[in-house]
Design a protein around this ligand. Structure first.
Ligand code: SAH
Length: 389
């Protein structure tokens, strides 16, 4: 292990940890502007206090009301008695040789989640989690293999940005290192819209992180009814984890396809783009797995399937994890696949794998999940049965 990727144990950036938070107090970290304004009205204050407090929390990383110096002493005392700013405990922080940083955050006694910061030349992307584990069981994803425990709440989702922004210095907006946020960590964000949508609104709020809607991306395995809610509720950007050009293969790789097959999914992507600005598009993610979905005929089928959908295709070399039989496609196969897509008129990029020395690459986020689905055990039992028969 290099000095750089050493693990820092138990750093708590916040002044109040969730374990010491009395349950009856209102938590302000996860409130979007509307909720925060309603809260201030409810305690007899003017709604503009919402913006002031959001700035302190999100832009300056302050969780202690005493530090919010433009509020009167009386208001600060009142806030201390009725409200709190819950912050998660940072269990570990790991730095990759390529500059990628991964944080492991404890969200309750039994579970932890992972968040990853990926610096690039002209931008910095934070990859955040939306659930503890994942219920979808995509066959190539290590998060899915751990099973599902629960949805994250607003504050737990936004806390990932809060922690990362604070660790990176809480800089003024023009200098901030996190320029983009993607919901591509653990979990399926569109099976938790009740909490991911308010968190996305906080990311885009000028009193908080002020990111434009082009720089906040929800990635989904294809929860069609929720795709149809995005435009009206948050209007963020959309990435679809497609991974297969036909239902037969997609049912195996992304089993939610059985519920929302391509004939339902594709029209919902067209509806998402419809009526938007000229550059509005969908990002299509396609993980390249050796001899599974990387054949030339799959590329031709994909060109056909995407048709005139305004989109950018992102080919993701499969990232292996323990106990998987899948392998990464060869570079040759990836380049051949890309060429067919490009000749078919598609805009294609091949994603560089980042942070794999700290297990921070796509699909490798594991955290610590107390599986309530008992899927892991089920898998083990199935494997044992097969081996003993
Ligand atoms: N549930 C959401 C978000 C989480 S996955 C979704 O399905 O989009 C984020 C991205 O990582 C998805 O495109 C996912 O398919 C991809 N991914 C998962 N496991 C991977 C692996 N082992 N290698 C490469 N990409 C993977």
């Amino acid at each position: 292990m290099t000095e750089q990727n050493a693990v820092t144990q138990t750093t708590d950036l916040g002044s109040e940890s969730n374990s010491s938070t009395p349950v009856q107090k209102v938590d302000l970290l996860g409130m979007d502007r509307q909720a925060m304004e309603a809260f201030f009205k409810s305690i007899g204050e003017k709604p503009f206090r919402a913006g002031q407090v959001m700035k302190w929390i999100h832009q300056f990383g302050v969780s202690d009301f005493d530090e919010m110096t433009n509020l009167s002493k009386a208001l600060r005392e009142n806030l201390k008695s009725v409200a709190t700013v819950r912050t998660p405990k940072i269990v570990a922080e790991q730095l990759s040789e390529d500059g990628t940083i991964k944080w492991l955050l404890e969200v309750d006694n039994k579970n932890s989640i992972e968040t990853v910061f990926i610096p690039e030349k002209n931008r910095g992307t934070l990859c955040i989690s939306s659930q503890v584990g994942c219920a979808l069981d995509c066959s190539f994803c290590s998060t899915g293999k751990q099973g599902f425990n629960r949805n994250l709440e607003n504050w737990e989702i936004i806390a990932q940005m809060w922690v990362a922004n604070k660790a990176l210095g809480c800089l003024p907006k023009e200098e901030r290192r996190i320029t983009n946020v993607v919901f591509m960590g653990m979990g399926e964000p569109l099976l938790n819209v009740k909490h991911t949508f308010p968190a996305a609104r906080i990311l885009m709020d000028d009193f908080a992180y002020g990111l434009s809607k082009r720089r906040v991306t929800i990635s989904t395995a294809g929860v069609v009814p929720a795709i149809d809610m995005i435009k009206a509720e948050v209007d963020v950007s959309l990435a679809i984890s497609l991974h297969a050009p036909n239902n037969e293969l997609r049912n195996i790789l992304v089993p939610i396809n059985e519920k929302y097959p391509l004939e339902l999914l594709m029209p919902s992507l067209h509806r998402f783009v419809e009526g938007g600005h000229s550059k509005k598009h969908v990002t299509v993610e396609y993980v390249m797995i050796d001899h599974i979905n990387d054949r030339i005929e799959h590329a031709h089928q994909l060109v056909e399937l995407l048709g005139d959908l305004p989109c950018k295709v992102n080919l993701i070399p499969f990232n292996p994890f323990p106990n998987t039989d899948y392998k990464r496609s060869s570079n040759n196969a990836i380049h051949r696949f890309r060429d067919v897509l490009e000749n078919g008129g598609l805009n294609v990029t091949v994603r560089k794998t980042r942070g794999d020395d700290i297990d921070a690459a796509c699909g490798q986020l594991a955290g610590k999940v107390k599986d309530r689905t008992k899927r892991t055990l089920h898998h083990v039992e199935m494997n044992l049965k097969q081996k003993t028969n």
